[in-house]
Write a new protein. Structure first.
Lengths: 821, 172
């Protein structure tokens, strides 16, 4: 187990290759796939112990915010003042503090803008393509729109004033998306400092720049000039984390690696146009000032309602979006123990709510609420709030009770993004020419899926506060694993993904990086940071540990790190420590390498036990000889009627014509008796029993073609039609990772007919051709498709065809789309 | 000199028209913008089989961008055929002398959360190398990454179409 050995020289999170520099196989090509991870993981210490738990001196900083912000709807601008109270719980004295200025990523001189590879992965602008020798370069209008937006609008933070409690200005230096504030007096351990920042920024148009927040304009609304939905996130200067494992986590924000933040309490006052509805992190503190009596009554009613209650109905929202006002209202929110704060504001919002009575002591009632414009339509009315509640039910079972008073889903221009208590989700209905709003089945799945995924993020990483900038997989992988569970419990006929078979195409390829790669450097983020770790956890749960051990360990991880800051080693260690199973080989293979799974069943041969009794063994050997096919020459000679010499001269014979070479003499019998006499009593009993039972002995030879060691799951089929499953733990590969043999013993009448490995496709084996012995002819997808097509009726698109209207005699215009079948 | 250079620049900067995107890059679980194709040298049938696998969520949004808001990859046979034809136009393989291999469109099918498009061609001359172009969806989204695994002819080789890569070649 990885926590059993503490090494004196420890290397922090090095790759396998450089690890080998410390402990090296310097002769031969043996690779220890089960080498313990101690040399790779950081040394356990008083802050993070060897069990993967917060250590006895675990600390984290506390940062509280009081923010007063005003949304200027006409200028699409935020002007605000924040007072930050920073408590230094670390053992270090801090001379300066680092803050995140995420809005600065939109500046033309940001590292993100300056380092974008034209047409490359990092180029967030849509559809650009660099030219090649004989192809023109392309710039899409979207790309130009972004460029023009960035040119026309002053983007990034305007930091106006930073001062301490006594009003003294604090020296600060802005470095890209980071800002250092120098403290007049170094902040000692246990001490607190308070300072105020006045700031403002122009809100980006999300559709123009592609961001995680921003405004969306609806020019076609009845109100002159249209309306906007404002999504505000990463909207105030936030403290960088100061940690025991990295000190200041002030790596520049380039775009992909998201955030890690400190927990704290927030008091936020948001001044917006008086006809706006605000959805926000936190609990509303002044409902009497901002909500009507009716709205407050409906909210109350929603607490125990069986189905959603509209706090703002569609009709009310439609009326609301027609008008507009110059008046303003201030919404006050309070949030305890959150790591961030986001909000949304619009006069377009419908608002529905339903209380989720989860019980328990922490937060018995959670208000699940959705905010969306008319464009969300029935899709949102039916499924958004219900999907929130489904998420809370499933995720809490795997972790802890949802600890906050509200869980919200807001529709706006962002496809899907998460913040504490609030998520932004993009799917919508389509307006048809007849004025109705419809949505496709895919859009429905998208909405349910994205709400589950983003609300799931409120648990990981908003409460189990992993470092997203370093490790995408720690929140996306865990969350994709759980959203797959929640989705399948919603409706298993919807393909939710995270099945082992979903990742084999990616894993067998040669272009990939290990999961343990910093977020901004990952190639193919989707399969790397989401699907592969989710599949790995699925395999761990369903195949390697089993549900009981896995669920216990996973819940232990969630509870240990609730409101705290885990690192990958804490996850790896907890899962091992709590399940009681050494998983170092699993983490090593799946998270630290780019190997894939391909186990081949190369051959099977059958053995029979020699009895040592010459009267039995010699006659068996004679029979074996007789079973060999006759020589062709002999057979043809016979057919031609050639007489043999021995047949022509039958009078010339001797002893050897009567007795073949398998003839037993007393010499052998005596030798057998002598052999029996020499046996110990237990040896004799064992031999006698084995001879009596005369079992079948089969040797199965496997080779590991993919490199990743995994359990071998055998499906044995016998000649009598029966089948049996056997599970061989991955540890069979520990001393010979390239090829192993396995002896299988069956009763005399259980004759093995064929064997398959991984019959349920649960190990992500990339090549099923070599999984069968004897080999099977497995048609390629195209061959299978052609065969399927020929069975006609099954390929009818009944779903489409059923819409066909019955033709009447005077109606020959009706058309039904035809599909070949 | 300056004029000449400018003219060249203008000529090499073509502009394509696309509409605004509502779906941002965060929703990887839903829109991954990743397709995986297999080019399989089938020893049994002596065909080169091309199997393109698209995520339904990617294809769903793509078809609405390309064919209009009524396009429906799940329920409309017409959209499925249109999308197959679109993929066919954007995928090509050339042999060592630059000839295009004549791929026939075998068909398409919806399988779980994936949409598959099938093409094939006979293995005629012995290929020393294969040059592939795979622009499907890459003309819509810069972040679209198309991966191709070439199987059944020696060791598996992977081609990745990302950034501004247009053509990739594998040697056999």
């Amino acid at each position: 187990m990885l926590n059993k050995i503490i090494m004196t020289v420890m290397l922090l999170l090095l790759s396998i290759a450089s690890t080998n520099a410390a402990i090296k196989q310097s002769k031969g090509d043996f690779e220890d796939k089960f080498r313990q991870l101690d040399e790779v993981l950081p040394t356990p210490n008083v802050y993070r112990n060897a069990a993967g738990e917060p250590g006895h001196q675990y600390w984290q900083q506390q940062v509280d915010y009081q923010i007063k912000a005003r949304l200027d709807e006409h200028k699409r601008r935020i002007e605000a003042t924040e007072t930050i109270t920073y408590k230094n719980n670390s053992p270090d004295t801090l001379k300066y503090l680092w803050l995140q200025l995420d809005q600065n990523i939109f500046r033309n001189d940001s590292m993100a803008a300056m380092s974008s590879n034209f047409g490359g992965i990092g180029d967030r602008a849509p559809a650009a393509r660099a030219g090649s020798m004989n192809k023109p370069a392309r710039l899409s209008l979207d790309h130009l729109r972004r460029q023009q937006f960035v040119d026309d609008n002053e983007l990034g933070y305007e930091i106006k004033n930073i001062s301490n409690k006594s009003g003294k200005a604090l020296k600060h230096v802005i470095v890209g998306t980071n800002m250092r504030i120098d403290l007049p007096i170094p902040l000692k351990p246990g001490k607190t400092t308070t300072f105020t920042i006045d700031f403002a920024f122009n809100i980006v148009e999300e559709d123009a720049v592609s961001a995680r927040s921003g405004y969306e304009h609806f020019p076609d609304d009845e109100r002159e000039g249209g309306n906007d939905i404002f999504l505000l996130a990463q909207w105030f200067p936030r403290l960088h984390s100061y940690t025991d494992y990295e000190a200041w986590t002030n790596k520049e924000f380039i775009g992909r690696g998201e955030f890690t933040l400190e927990f704290g309490d927030y008091e936020v006052e948001l001044t917006v146009p008086a006809d706006h509805i605000v959805s926000s992190t936190g609990a509303l503190q002044n409902p009497k000032q901002v909500l009507s009596t009716t709205q407050r009554k409906r909210l109350k009613e929603a607490q125990n309602a069986k189905r959603i209650v509209f706090v703002v109905t569609e009709q009310e929202a439609l009326e609301n979006e027609k008008a507009g006002t110059d008046k303003q209202k201030t919404w006050k929110f309070s949030a305890e123990n959150v790591r961030d704060f986001a909000w949304a504001s619009s006069r377009k919002f419908l608002w529905d709510a339903r209380g989720h009575q989860q019980g328990g002591n922490d937060q018995p009632l959670v208000m699940a609420m959705s905010f969306y414009p008319k464009e969300g339509g029935d899709l949102w009315k039916k499924y958004s709030t219900e999907a929130i509640i489904q998420t809370l039910e499933v995720y809490s079972r795997f972790s802890f009770d949802y600890p906050y008073p509200v869980a919200q889903s807001v529709n706006g221009p962002v496809g899907g993004m998460e913040y504490p208590m609030i998520t932004f989700n993009g799917p919508r209905t389509e307006l048809q020419d007849d004025g109705s709003r419809t949505y496709s089945q895919a859009e429905k799945r998208f909405l349910i899926g994205v709400v589950i995924h983003e609300v799931g993020h409120i648990y990981f990483p908003m409460i189990v506060n992993s470092d997203e900038r370093q490790w995408t997989w720690m929140d996306e992988g865990l969350n994709s694993f759980l959203d797959g569970i929640a989705g399948r419990e919603w409706d298993p006929t919807v393909p939710w993904g995270v099945e082992p078979r979903d990742i084999v195409g990616y894993m067998k390829g040669s272009v990939q990086v290990p999961i343990m790669t910093q977020s901004d450097s990952v190639l193919k983020l989707g399969p790397n940071g989401y699907t592969k770790p989710a599949v790995a956890l699925n395999i761990l749960r369903e195949t390697i540990l089993g549900r009981e051990l896995f669920d216990f360990a996973f819940k232990e991880y969630a509870q240990r790190w609730k409101y705290k800051r885990p690192t990958p080693s804490d996850f790896f260690r907890t899962m091992e420590e709590a399940s009681g199973v050494d998983l170092d080989w699993f983490w090593r293979g799946w998270f630290y390498t780019t190997d894939h799974v391909d186990i081949s069943l190369d051959t099977i041969y059958k053995l029979r036990l020699d009895t040592k009794d010459p009267d039995i063994d010699f006659s068996r050997q004679r029979q074996e000889e007789l079973n060999k096919p006759m020589s062709l020459t002999d057979e043809r000679n016979k057919a031609e009627g050639n007489k043999l010499w021995v047949e022509r001269f039958p009078d010339i014979t001797d002893f050897y014509d009567e007795n073949d070479r398998f003839t037993v003499t007393n010499k052998e019998r005596n030798k057998y008796q002598k052999f029996l006499k020499k046996l110990e009593p237990w040896e004799r009993t064992t031999l006698e029993r084995a001879i009596k039972e005369d079992k079948n002995y089969y040797v199965l030879e496997f080779s590991n073609k993919g490199g990743l060691v995994m359990p071998i799951i055998l499906d044995l089929s016998f000649e009598d039609g029966s089948t049996e499953t056997q599970y061989i733990p991955a540890e069979i590969w520990r001393r010979s990772p390239k090829a192993v043999k396995r002896l299988i013993i069956t009763d005399k009448n259980k004759v093995l007919a064929s064997v398959s490995i991984d019959p349920r496709w649960e190990t992500a084996d990339v090549d099923v051709h070599n999984n069968h012995y004897p080999r099977k002819i497995i048609p390629s997808r195209i061959e299978a498709y052609k065969k399927k097509k020929s069975t006609k009726k099954v390929s009818r698109d009944i779903m489409q065809d059923i819409k066909t209207e019955l033709k009447t005699e005077d109606d020959d215009e009706t058309e039904a789309p035809e599909k070949d079948g | 000199m300056f004029k000449f250079a400018l003219r060249l620049l203008v000529r090499s900067l073509a502009i394509i028209v696309t509409s605004a995107m509502f779906f941002s890059f965060m929703v990887h679980a839903h829109q991954q913008k990743i397709a995986i194709s297999t080019v399989f040298f089938n020893a049994k049938t002596l065909n080169i089989e091309v199997m393109h696998r698209f995520n339904i969520h990617d294809a769903e949004h793509a078809v609405r961008k390309i064919f209009g808001k009524d396009a429906d990859i799940i329920d409309s046979a017409t959209t499925q055929q249109q999308f197959s034809a679109y993929v066919k136009q954007r995928f090509a393989m050339h042999n060592q002398v630059g000839e295009i291999l004549p791929l026939t469109l075998v068909g398409h099918e919806l399988d779980g959360k994936h949409f598959w498009v099938y093409q094939e061609t006979a293995q005629t001359i012995e290929l020393q190398n294969l040059t592939v172009r795979h622009n499907a969806l890459r003309d819509l989204w810069p972040s679209q990454v198309n991966t191709i695994n070439i199987e059944g002819k020696g060791k598996l080789q992977t081609l990745t179409f990302s950034d501004s890569v247009e053509l990739l070649t594998v040697e056999f």
